[in-house]
Design a protein around this ligand. Structure first.
Ligand code: AMP
Ligand code: MG
Length: 342
């Protein structure tokens, strides 16, 4: 990232998200209005995300999604001021496809390119859409699970998963139980519905180590419990949710107690879950903090969050030259300077 020449401040930024299964394009004004947020998701025929197939999907739909976003925003390409893209973390082939589209667009239009950290973008869109200003954030999605809060120039990680992400834990369990994610209904949402009918708490591992947590043992135990056949799918879904959500809530509460911040923010795809929301609302209330949850449209991976974070970065003088625009598969949130926060 280098300092931008402050001569080309303009009106809006187009953001491209492509870190995993979603190809999203969003357009944000420099004042924080989201003019468009369009996406198309790769749905595997079976199993989890195949990175090469996801990248092929993204390349196939890029033109269509870009066109939809520009049409929705009522913006011509020539009116764009900045192009932002998700530079990492994520799956290499998926990230590279979005980065290639972003580079081509920025070069053709001769406007600045801004590489955005995907995790920072989830936090920033949550703040923009809820009005939270300095929250302890639980970011829980298909690929990431972490508790962060701003301190000394960066979002610091107070606790995180040591193995798989919360959404991934739910997705792998759900698929092994034969639950298929259909368009509009993620596997995590199918588990949420079944969990509502669960009545018996099945004994499953609860693994919090210091401020970090581990979900892979819980996943194995939940899958085994179901295969043994001595408990119902509804009870296992209920128990899996209770344990996994209690673990992330415990870590969030401890970060809240330590930082004494007055806001909690839930963001990422798993933020859609009402049971998780209710657990976090309780700990927020106990610490006299306001609980905020990102609206559903902006919970899962989306282009608008990249566009808005691109605006924040660009307005603070950050641009990404082409020769530094390579993707960063393991780009941690705590390696990113966020000069827009004082
Ligand atoms: P993301 O990685 O941010 O695009 O979010 C996708 C993840 O969110 C997947 O793991 C989904 O299963 C999960 N998800 C979506 N809706 C829900 C829900 N209602 N409850 C739990 N997980 C969900
Ligand atoms: Mg996704």
């Amino acid at each position: 990232m280098r300092n931008a020449k402050k001569t080309c401040l303009g009106k809006c930024c187009l953001g491209i998200e492509s870190s995993a299964d979603d190809f999203g394009v969003g357009i944000a004004t420099f004042e924080g209005e989201i003019l468009a947020n369009k996406s198309d998701s790769y749905i595997p025929l079976e199993g989890g995300i195949h990175p090469r197939e996801a990248a092929r999907h993204h390349a196939e739909v890029a033109d269509k999604v870009l066109g939809e976003a520009l049409a929705k925003a009522g913006v011509k390409p020539s009116e764009l001021s900045v192009v932002a893209f998700s530079q990492g973390p994520g799956l290499g082939p998926s990230l590279r496809t979005g980065a290639t589209v972003a580079r081509a667009l920025a070069s053709y239009l001769n406007i600045p390119l801004v590489g955005v950290n995907h995790s920072v973008a989830h936090i920033e869109i949550g703040k923009l859409k809820t009005g939270a200003s300095d929250p302890v954030t639980l970011y829980a999605s298909g690929g990431n699970t972490m508790v962060t809060a701003f301190e000394s120039g960066r979002y610091r990680v107070f606790g995180e998963t040591l193995d798989i992400a919360l959404g991934n834990c739910l997705d792998v369990f759900g698929r092994s139980a034969g639950l298929k994610g259909k368009k509009g209904l993620p596997v995590g949402a199918a588990i949420e519905q079944l969990a509502l009918k669960g009545t018996k708490l099945v004994t499953l591992p609860y693994v919090v180590k210091g401020m970090d947590l581990s979900l892979s043992g819980l996943l194995t135990a939940a899958t085994t419990a179901l295969q043994k056949g001595d408990c119902t799918l509804e009870d296992v879904c209920y128990s899996l949710q209770e344990n996994a959500f209690s673990m992330v809530t415990e870590v969030t509460e401890r970060a809240l107690a330590h930082t004494e911040k007055k806001e909690v923010l839930l963001t990422g795809g798993v933020a859609a879950n009402k049971r998780l929301q209710s657990m976090l609302a309780i700990i927020a209330q106990e610490h006299e903090a306001k609980f905020n949850v990102v609206p559903l449209e902006f919970a899962t991976d989306n282009g608008a969050m990249i566009a808005w974070t691109g605006v924040l970065a660009f307005k603070h003088g950050l641009v990404t030259p082409l020769d530094e625009s390579f993707v960063k598969l393991r780009w941690r949130v705590d390696k990113v300077d966020v000069p827009w926060i004082q």
